[in-house]
Structures are given as structure tokens and as C-alpha cells.
Design a protein around this ligand. Sequence first.
Ligand SMILES: Nc1ncnc2c1ncn2[C@@H]1O[C@H](COP(=O)(O)OP(=O)(O)OP(=O)(O)O)[C@@H](O)[C@H]1O
Ligand SMILES: [Mg+2]
Length: 264
Amino acid sequence: MSEEPIYRARDLVKIYPRSGAQVRAVDGVNLEINAGERLGIVGESGSGKSTLIRMLCALSRPSSGQIFFSGNPITGRKEKQLGNLRSRVQIVFQDPLSSLDPRMRVGKIITEPLRSPWVRGREGVPSDIHSRLEEVLAEVGLSSADAHKYPHQFSGGQRQRIALARALSARPEVLMADEAVSALDVSVRAQILNLIMQVAARDNLTLLFVSHDLAVVRHICQRVIVMRQGKIIEEGAVEQVLSAPRHDYTRELIASTPRLKLGG
Ligand SMILES: Nc1ncnc2c1ncn2[C@@H]1O[C@H](COP(=O)(O)OP(=O)(O)OP(=O)(O)O)[C@@H](O)[C@H]1O
Ligand SMILES: [Mg+2]
């Protein structure tokens, strides 16, 4: 018997109303993600990538279809029934400034997940909040003194380190990154990517990595899904999809990534 995938999505649909018409932001997605897998999600702007992962981490409800997390349905559940998912899944967004509370000190921001009632007491979660803060600050390359500062006192790259430290503090099993490095300049981007890679490998994280940059996805992920207009139009091992795409749309995405076109 094979192991239960950590995520299973069946006929997932998300419809948004838009001035008279409707947008099918996600339109019939079926997906299985195995524990420890690093999955890239690519596709043009508006193809439904963010909508898909927001549903997977229960920040948004599907219009129809089902999501199973560790074999248990999360669709239709009340917030208080989502503790298992909340304690095991974390997400990092593109813009850390808008996702970090400006009035909270960095130490408080980073340890917030550790204090949540769902997380406390779960197996594998550090019980000493202060020592975990020190540990995770060092892990992302921040200093102890940084814990006393506020988000606006940091650069964009440092803020993304703070967001990552927050996401990692409670030792999640699943890390989702939605264009988490897209706003960073090239050298900072490489540093944050390496950090994500190291932690993912060391802790055997399941990684869902949304990016429009196929070179980055090739570097980070094992498998990739290609989205267009809310549908998965192609999926497979990263190397296979990038070297022998079956769909014209994937070919166009590849052609628009210069580093890949050059064979990099
Ligand atoms: N809250 C919302 N209300 C209405 N429409 C929305 C909402 N969120 C997304 N959409 C629409 O759903 C579709 C998919 O959007 P989504 O943000 O998931 O795309 P994306 O692939 O993440 O794009 P990007 O690469 O630009 O981040 C788009 O047409 C978008 O305009
Ligand atoms: Mg998006």
C-alpha cells in the first residue's frame, strides 16, 4: 500500500464574480502532493496559481470540489476544525511588508505561530519559545538584536528573512511560497532561495513553490504543474517538462525565460 499523499485535491473550482460575468480562477484542478515533495506551480499572470494555493492552505474556500490534507477533508470545515492544518502548513507571500504586522516587534512576529493554541503541544514543535526564536533568527541570518526591531527598520531582503523565520518557527511540514523571492534583487533572491533549499532538504519539507521564473523552479523543485486559465495543462518532472514540453503554452513560458532559453 502506498503512503497517503499529504494533499489531494479533487475537481477543485474557485469562481469569482466579476461585473456581470464570472471568473473561473481555478477550474477543475486534480492534484496529489506527496510528503517531502517539492512542487513548482507556474503559469502566466492570472492563471490561478495564488488562488490554488490559498485554497490548499485554507485561506480561501473552494466554490466546489474537495481538498484532503493528510487524508482528512478540509473543505467545509469550520476554522476551529482546521487546527491540524494550521499547525503544519505555513505560507510566505511576495510582499513581506504587507504580510508582517508593522506594529509588532520582529521577535513577536516570528514566534506568533509558536504561541497559537493549535501548535502548542503538537509533537515536534519547540516548547521553549525563546530558544527557538534565537535558533530560527540564526537560521535565516538575522541577529538576536533584530528581534527587538520593527519590520520597517529592515530592507526588503531582510523582511523576507523575517517572513521565512516566522513560517519556519513552529517547524511546519508544508511550506508554501507564493512568488516569495520575485520582488528581491538578484543576489538577495539567490540567498533566500538557498535558505529555502537548505531548510527544505534538512527538514524534508513539502514545498509548494509558486513562481513565474522557470529557472528558479528548475533549481528548487522536482515536479512542476503548469497552469493556464485555472486549469493544469501540463505536469511532470521538472527536467522533463522543461526539456520536452508537450504544450505550446509551456513552450512559450520557457521561451520567455531567458536563462532557460540559453540552456542555463
Ligand atoms: N479576490 C478576488 N476577487 C475577484 N477575482 C479574483 C480574486 N483573486 C483572483 N481573482 C481572479 O482570479 C484569476 C486568477 O488569479 P490568481 O491571483 O490566482 O492568478 P495568479 O496565477 O496567482 O497570477 P499572478 O501571477 O499575477 O500572481 C484572475 O483572473 C484574477 O483576476
Ligand atoms: Mg499570484
